[in-house]
Design a protein around this ligand. Structure first.
Ligand SMILES: Cc1ncc(COP(=O)(O)O)c(C=O)c1O
Length: 359
């Protein structure tokens, strides 16, 4: 079989693997809001002109995030790639499960890595505290809330850890999924030079293809990143759309309510499958949920759903365990509701059938 699926939303590989055309998938493999911000008509200039940073865009960004200490980038991904090259080469403490690009780029840069458990708040905090108490410099990476485990630290806790990091150690807080609950963002606290915050525009606004993100950091680090990433990181279309979206408080309020209701509807549709599978644990966040299962069962369910044209994300944890992560559907998308309902029932039937065959 060809078409190895690397990240969520990879319909090209899924199509190649399952021989289902891209436009026939129900994609539940990401945590992207399915009811995206309506882009509307854009001025022709945003396509024609070179994308120098517009003042209206800057004002909208500062208004939304509540600080002007940002650098706009082509999604938070390029910052994840560039940070190891810009920061002091220190050991790094990361979540043992999380958006894997962090681990990948620190490892590629040769930083020694250590991990804290990413499912349990107390166990994670204990491990971070133990490391801090040694007084040796290191960088700490936190994904808040964690994708895919849902682990969430308080902003007070995070700021306290940032203050206590020794030497040139920094705290990197990836808030890609925080826009549904902005009150818990560390950006509400005074920013210290030891704190670096990443924000992703694509998830909450449902426009991941636009490629827009922001990094909040000291002046010095922002200019280092800017030099490394180069000019025109954010194109004119992204600036035009984001200027409207970031200023549209009514849409943002409505989207938060819709996401909650869509998550409830999705959970209801998946409930029979959850009952049948009895996951070891379940992480529920507004834009995605993750179920921990035996690795072979998780792979089987992912495969059975994919055969029905429903793509969910399989995240291996160990030889024995894996996560199935599902995004949300729009509760007004009747086709998606029917598809998911049908696929869940078909999947349960096939699992039962296989169970009987093995008796
Ligand atoms: C936790 C987390 N951080 C960062 C990213 C990168 O997103 P983007 O480059 O679109 O901002 C992702 C993408 O899925 C993610 O899950």
């Amino acid at each position: 079989m060809n078409g190895q699926i690397l990240h969520g939303g990879d319909l090209i590989s899924a199509s190649a693997r399952y021989n289902i055309p891209q436009d026939q998938w129900l994609d539940l493999s990401t945590g992207i809001n399915p009811d995206s911000y309506p882009v509307g008509e854009l001025a022709t200039e945003v396509f024609q002109r070179l994308p120098y940073q517009q003042q209206v865009f800057a004002d909208a960004v500062t208004g939304y995030y509540g600080t002007d200490e940002w650098l706009a980038v082509n999604g938070s991904q390029p910052v994840i790639q560039a940070l190891p090259l810009c920061l002091e080469k220190l050991p790094v403490l990361l979540p043992d499960v999380g958006y894997d690009e962090h681990r990948h780029h620190w490892a590629a840069n040769g930083n020694p890595l250590a991990f804290y458990p990413a499912f349990d708040l107390n166990a994670a905090s204990d491990q971070i505290e133990r490391r801090l108490s040694k007084g040796e410099p290191f960088h700490l990476v936190v994904i808040n809330p964690n994708n895919p485990t849902g682990l969430e630290f308080s902003k007070v806790q995070l700021c306290n850890w940032a203050e206590r990091l020794a030497g040139k150690g920094c705290l990197i807080v990836d808030e890609a999924f925080i826009d549904t609950q902005p009150a818990i963002s560390v950006l509400n606290e005074p920013l210290s030079d030891k704190l670096i915050v990443l924000r992703s525009f694509g998830k909450f606004f449902g426009l991941a293809g636009l490629r827009l993100g922001f990094v909040f950091a000291s002046d010095q680090l922002r200019s280092q990143l800017q030099q490394r990433l180069g000019i025109w990181q954010v194109n004119g279309v992204a600036q035009g759309v984001a200027t409207n979206a970031l200023s549209d408080l009514d849409w943002q309020r409505g989207a938060r309510q819709d996401i909650t209701l869509n998550a409830e509807r999705t959970a209801l549709l998946l409930a029979p499958l959850m009952d049948a599978l009895q996951p070891d644990r379940v992480a529920q966040t507004p834009l995605f949920s993750s179920w921990q299962l035996d690795a072979d069962i998780a792979a089987q369910v992912q495969d059975l759903l994919a055969q029905q044209g429903v793509l969910v994300r399989l995240i291996p944890l160990s030889e024995r365990k894996a996560l199935l992560r599902t995004g949300i559907i729009s509760r007004y998308n009747w086709d998606a509701i029917d598809r998911l309902d049908g696929a869940v029932n078909a999947c349960i039937e096939l699992l039962n059938h296989q169970g009987e065959a093995h008796v």
